[in-house]
Design a protein around this ligand. Structure first.
Ligand SMILES: C[S@@+](CC[C@H](N)C(=O)[O-])C[C@H]1O[C@@H](n2cnc3c(N)ncnc32)[C@H](O)[C@@H]1O
Length: 278
């Protein structure tokens, strides 16, 4: 049995949330689609050593392991024991022997320097307490010339998130969600200040129509965890204010409803950079 990780309250809550969610996490098609796209863009080679940060149920790690083959290796790290349990189960079912999972905090890793040809982080960078600090921390573990790749959402993504952000601003609250990485320029600058070069960003837009109920579920009040913000700034609001935000949120979403449903934009920045050779 693995010793529990010493985590602060913010990270412990993330770990617990994802452990609870882990049995059904793989029902999310778009997480899989995005993880696979990140691996595809990374153009890994047989024999590569890959680190998958916040690997979850190993969506990206498994795809990477299939490319790097028996001569390569993928290490997936995560703070959620439940997510790693699902990851291990899947890898065993697939009979893959070139993946290893470790319970570890992405912001305090302990690998030898220059270990990896590629470091990936899919659907997880916004959970870091210090996004730029995390990218700088990972830099040392890449071999010179090695590739880092993460994906991030634009500030136009997820209609429920866009609407709630606008409403809570009236109460003087700024919810980060994807803000630290919400434009291609921000993604570029984050990699630049963290010491990477050869930065390339591939932007993709996925448009779908969701039902009113689905849109409402994109924000569930002040009881959810706010990525990168602890405690959740919405806890500053009174019960009456939260109720008022919720009513306005539902009203605004209803106004956006069309025959096809509510238009939901998911714009994604697949962001890549390299550790300079010298
Ligand atoms: C949305 S899931 C993404 C999982 C996977 N990368 C994917 O593409 O499906 C976010 C994951 O980040 C993990 N996570 C969040 N903060 C972390 C940290 N500081 N260190 C390691 N894992 C972390 C969570 O436990 C969760 O498994």
């Amino acid at each position: 049995m693995t010793d529990p990780l010493p985590l602060n309250e913010y990270k412990q809550q993330i770990a617990d949330t994802y452990s609870r969610r882990s049995p059904t996490y793989d029902q999310s098609d778009w997480h899989l689609q995005i993880a696979h796209r990140l691996v595809e863009y990374a153009q890994l080679h047989p024999g590569d050593q890959v680190l998958d940060i916040a690997t979850g149920t190993a969506m990206a790690a498994i795809a990477a392991a299939q490319v790097v083959g028996a001569g390569g290796k993928v290490i997936g790290i995560d703070i959620s024991p439940g997510m790693l349990e699902q990851a291990r189960r899947k890898v065993e079912e697939l009979g893959l022997t070139n993946i290893e999972f470790l319970l570890a905090d992405a912001e305090s890793l302990n690998f030898p320097v220059n270990s990896f040809d590629c470091i990936l982080c899919s659907s997880a960078l916004i959970w870091m307490e210090n996004v730029a600090g995390a990218l700088q921390h990972w830099h040392q573990f890449l071999k010179p010339g090695g590739l880092i790749g993460f994906h991030a959402f634009a500030d136009t993504s997820f209609i429920g998130v866009v609407v709630v952000q606008k409403i809570v601003e009236k109460y003087g609250i700024s919810l980060h969600f994807s803000k630290p990485t919400s434009t291609a320029a921000k993604c570029h600058d984050l990699l630049k200040i963290s010491g990477y070069d050869c930065i390339e960003i591939k932007s993709e837009q996925y448009i779908s129509y969701v039902s009113l109920e689905q849109a409402k579920q994109m924000w569930s009040g002040n009881e959810y965890l706010a990525p990168g913000q602890f405690p959740n700034p919405l806890l500053q609001l009174s019960t009456e204010q939260i109720e008022a935000v919720k009513s306005e949120f539902e009203l605004e979403l209803s106004a956006l409803e069309t025959e096809k449903g509510i238009r939901n934009d998911i714009t994604v920045f697949f962001t890549f950079g390299r550790k300079p050779v010298n």
